[in-house]
Design a protein around this ligand. Structure first.
Ligand code: FAD
Length: 466
């Protein structure tokens, strides 16, 4: 008991000391936050998606949170943290789903939600912005100027540009434009280092890959050049098919054929669509569903094609930006898992890539082994070689961590790529760079290992000579 009280006193001293120090670093001390409920909220994201991560991360909390509004304030915060060797975990909107922005070692949560300016959209379609800008705001503003996002996560409305670049990979639009790492989608950014004296460094071209998708472990993005696409008038389209194979084949034919202009090509097998209660009138009992965002000019042709493939068109409706109702992207990508978990808390998910030529056999082998404990949810996406492949976020019934790991191992044994979303460090998440350039950047920019510690496990702290 005495130990408990000692600890409480010590930790409250630490909070007070940190809060006082940070209050000097930024112009308004009201932007230094210490209320326990606020710290708890700002220390967590959607980590609870994973039944494996849930018990590991629930109690991890920062000692203090700070909301800078300028790069100078951010530099002052990092300088202070560096001098006192305090961990710093960057936060955009906190919609990551592997606990990417949960501070494993306490310290400071650097909340960038107030650094949210859209500076400009250049005449050749590049958005220049601060990291806290919400993707939904950018999509709306870009469409006013004849542009739109090339790709975005299904968390469009809430997620920030910086959080997407540092924690996400792709989403709606990736069927045409690939992921964040592909096709110069991210042109450049300025990144603030955690060196003895923090600096602002410009990364452009191939150098963006040193920092992209590194979960804020090797620098803080402060200014971003993000490529846009010419805006298209889109129609949301759904068609129901008697079998999963029919729905898959129809959607695949649209996804791989460049003559179709599409932003989304998704397949759900029954009963996944039974989880989508707000739009259940668009679903059909026992049938699989194809969900496509198609250029409105091609909607009639798509309807004819779906009918010829044996489908029933259950909905067509214009997409008019993030406020469209119903916004069918709310049921795609990782939102599908959310609806499944709402229906039955035992569901979780995997992130997979099936082989375009072997996928039917891979589906069969998985069904044979796991029955309906794995439900197929396909998101077609273009890879870096320009090939459209059946990416997948299957809904999986969770029993034990051992069984989940066995399922991952079995997927890999039959040639299905798996990015494991049930780990809390970059290396096993499936997107760590084999050429180690993120690790090399961390050694340069954060030699003391203060940025989001514990998330890049191949990094070892370096002794810094003072
Ligand atoms: C329902 C649901 C659906 C989702 N769908 C998708 C999807 O379709 N595609 C996809 O890619 N992801 C998806 N995600 C994951 C997540 O929503 C996105 O990746 C989102 O873009 C993260 O943005 P954020 O602002 O919430 O980032 P945060 O969660 O705040 O941060 C993500 C990571 O980036 C780091 N970070 C944040 N800002 C910066 C910065 N300025 N500099 C350096 N590091 C920084 C954080 O430390 C953290 O490690 C989904 C998640 C949920 C819960």
């Amino acid at each position: 008991m005495e130990h408990g009280l000692d600890f409480l006193e010590r930790s409250s001293e630490m909070h007070d000391g940190l809060a006082a120090g940070l209050s000097e670093a930024i112009a308004d001390s009201a932007r230094v936050l210490t209320a326990p409920a606020v710290l708890d909220r700002l220390s967590h994201d959607f980590y609870w998606y994973s039944p494996v991560l849930r018990p590991l991360l629930a109690n991890k909390t920062a000692d203090v949170a700070v909301r800078p509004t300028t790069v100078d304030e951010l530099l002052a915060v990092l300088r202070y943290a560096g001098r006192h060797e305090v961990a710093v975990t960057v936060r955009g909107s906190g919609t990551g789903n592997y606990g990417q922005c949960v501070p494993l070692e306490g310290g400071i949560v650097l909340d960038l939600s107030l650094m949210d300016k859209l500076e400009e959209i250049t005449t050749d379609g590049v958005a220049v912005c601060q990291p806290g800008l919400r993707l939904g705001v950018l999509e709306t503003e870009a469409r006013k100027q004849g542009w739109e996002l090339r790709m975005y996560p299904s968390t469009l409305v809430k997620a920030s540009v910086g959080g997407f670049l540092a924690g996400g990979s792709g989403g709606i639009g990736s069927v045409a434009y690939g992921g964040l790492r592909d096709f110069d989608n991210v042109r450049a950014f300025e990144v603030v280092t955690m060196e003895e004296e923090p600096r602002v460094v410009l990364h452009q071209g191939a150098a963006v890959h040193e920092i992209l998708h590194a979960w804020g472990t090797n620098g803080v993005l402060t200014r971003i050049w993000f490529a846009l696409a010419p805006a298209v008038g889109w129609t949301q389209f759904t068609a129901a098919f008697d079998t999963y194979e029919q729905a898959f084949r129809f959607t695949e034919s649209v996804a791989v054929d460049a003559a179709w202009s599409k932003r989304l090509a998704t397949v759900f097998e029954w009963p996944i669509t039974s989880f989508f209660t707000p739009v259940k009138h668009l679903m059909r009992q026992d049938k699989s569903l194809s969900l496509i965002m198609i250029a409105s000019t091609q909607c009639d042709a798509l309807r004819d094609s779906a009918l010829a493939a044996g489908g029933e068109v259950t909905f067509t409706g214009a997409y008019e930006g993030p406020r469209t109702q119903p916004l069918l992207s709310d049921y795609t990508w990782n939102h599908t898992t959310l609806w499944a978990m709402k229906a039955d808390a035992a569901y979780t998910y995997l992130q997979c890539g099936f082989s375009p030529s072997e996928c039917m056999e891979q589906f069969r082998l998985l069904r044979e082994r796991y029955g309906y404990d794995i439900l197929f949810h396909i998101e077609f996406m273009k890879n870096g070689d320009g090939v459209v492949i059946p990416g997948a976020i299957p809904v999986v019934r969770f029993t034990t961590e051992e069984r989940l790991n066995e399922m991952i191992a079995f997927c890999r044994s039959i040639g299905v790529f798996v990015a494991n979303p049930h780990v809390n460090y970059l290396e096993d998440g499936g997107r760590f760079r084999a050429d180690n350039i993120q690790l090399l950047a961390k050694q340069r920019y954060d030699p003391r290992g203060l940025l989001n510690p514990g998330k890049m496990i191949s990094f070892h702290k370096q002794v810094v000579n003072r």
